[in-house]
Design a protein around this ligand. Structure first.
Ligand code: GDP
Ligand code: IMO
Ligand code: MG
Length: 424
């Protein structure tokens, strides 16, 4: 049996989807454990591009059981659209399972996400406005609606009415927005319930049994370490725990059952939305990285902010997640620059520090200390072994390994699932 977790080590969009799709080939079950359709995972297989938001990226391999775990928040309309789109492309979704404990994103969550962002004005977080934060807030406030409630018409009606009594007041009286009509919400969601019921089950039992039977299980991280509610650049974070520990609470397995943790990173850094970013290059270099790597959001289409790779962040991610391997992407992209910088540590108040501060005020004082490397202006998209990489690329990667203290196991040299070097 092998259980593997794939997590993001930066601010998301590291290329997790590509590696999950690749590792899914040798897995029996693929499980999403956190986030919702704020995630956008791109996979290019056989020249066809797929953008998945809720369904685990293992779905492209026929016959794999794909689980949406209890830690995920589900927008039923988005999920059904994703199922339909996959079916239209000939992808079978019959082995999809949805946890009966997963929380449902309701229309008032999306409305509140919009209104709260507007209300924050210049302090807005740059959320995806998919209702993610308000849905998790209801979960912790203990008024959330779960999938097991959605498929029980009477219970659902009670819960929607009780919620709307309060939510409409907040939407109308606090934010001056337009409340929701309970009957309309019930009508819309009863259609979703009817179609989704067949997928809803006790996924925890499915996982317990799979572990007992020695099956290979892959846990698909969404978002990333620096978007984590506890470990990220709070409050510029998402509202869940996308770190490896989130597997225990978001899928329902004990920590002893986790064997390997892959930390995915890009050979540079990108971020969508607001918040600190010490190595950001808000200049020609950042623009060049954005164009070379085509850094535009999979979910919202927003241009991603770009900058140099920051090993202070990756070292922190290595500890928080217990990384056993690094999986790096866009090594083809970064090599196209003539000079590449790698952040080794920060200088704060005249002193070199190698940890990532919690206080954003302290973080703001941090100046990256860089090491400089030469690029490798050769096309490496067809390289499949480490030894064949240009010497400059190997120098950059081995220094990265040294600074982080974790072995690089996978190297991405292009968008396609095959464009990967497996380091042996
Ligand atoms: P995720 O959210 O972590 O799954 O990542 P996204 O799919 O949002 O963003 C990663 C982007 O980089 C996608 O457009 C991928 O197709 C692309 N990508 C992934 N790995 C590589 C790579 O090694 N080289 C290049 N050029 N593109 C890559
Ligand atoms: P994947 O899985 C990049 C960011 C948003 C915003 C912040 C909070 O594709 O890597 P939210 O809607 O979650 O309340 O927004 O988090 N964000 C992501 N950024 N990739 C993602 O997912 C993200 N999911 C959320 O842009 O800054
Ligand atoms: Mg993404």
């Amino acid at each position: 049996m092998a259980t593997r977790v794939v997590v993001g080590t930066q601010w998301g969009d590291e290329g997790k989807g590509k590696y999950i799709d690749m590792l899914a080939k040798n897995s029996d079950i693929v499980v999403r454990f956190s986030g919702g359709n704020n995630a956008g995972h791109t996979i290019v297989a056989g020249g066809v591009k797929y953008a998945l938001h809720l369904i685990p990226s293992g779905i492209l391999h026929n016959g794999k059981t794909c689980i949406i775990g209890n830690g995920v928040v589900i927008d039923p309309a988005v999920l059904l659209r994703e199922i339909d789109e996959l079916n239209d492309k000939g992808i079978n979704t019959d082995k999809l399972l949805i946890s009966d404990r997963a929380h449902v994103i309701m229309p008032y969550h999306k409305e509140l996400d919009e209104l709260q962002e507007k209300f924050r004005g210049s302090n807005s977080l740059g959320t995806t406005k998919r209702g993610i934060g308000p849905a998790y807030a209801d979960k912790t406030e203990r008024c959330g609606i779960r999938m097991c409630d959605l498929i029980d018409a009477d219970l659902f009606k009670q819960k929607v009415k009780a919620n709307l009594d309060v939510k409409n007041l907040i939407i109308e009286k606090v934010y001056g927005g337009q409340g929701f009509d309970a009957e309309k919400v019930l009508e819309e969601y009863s259609q979703y319930a009817r179609r989704l019921k067949r997928y809803v089950t006790d996924t925890n039992s499915v996982l317990f049994n799979a572990i007992e039977e020695g099956k290979d299980i892959l846990f698909e991280g969404a978002q990333a370490t620096f978007l984590d509610l506890d470990f990220g650049t709070y409050p510029y974070v998402t509202s869940s725990n996308p770190v490896a520990g989130g597997v225990c609470t978001g899928a329902g397995i004990g920590p002893v059952f986790i064997n390997e943790v892959y930390g995915v990173l890009k050979a540079y850094t990108s971020r969508v939305g607001a918040g600190p970013f010490p190595t950001e290059q808000d200049n020609e270099i950042g623009n060049k990285i954005r164009e070379l790597g085509w850094e535009y959001g999979t979910t919202t289409g927003r241009p991603r902010r770009c900058g140099w790779l920051d090993t202070v962040m990756i070292r922190y991610a290595a500890k928080v997640n217990g990384l056993t391997a690094l999986a790096i992407n866009h090594v083809d992209t970064i090599g196209k620059l003539s000079k590449i910088k790698l952040c080794r540590a920060y200088k704060k108040d005249g002193v070199e520090i190698s940890h990532f501060p919690a206080s954003l005020k302290e973080l703001d004082k941090c100046e990256p200390i860089y090491e400089e490397f030469d690029g490798w202006d050769t096309d490496i998209s067809n390289v499949r072994t480490y030894g064949e990489l240009p010497e400059n690329a190997r120098k950059y990667l081995s220094r990265l390994e040294e600074l982080v203290g974790v072995r690089i196991k996978l190297i991405g040299v292009g968008k396609e699932r095959e464009q990967t070097i497996v380091v042996t």
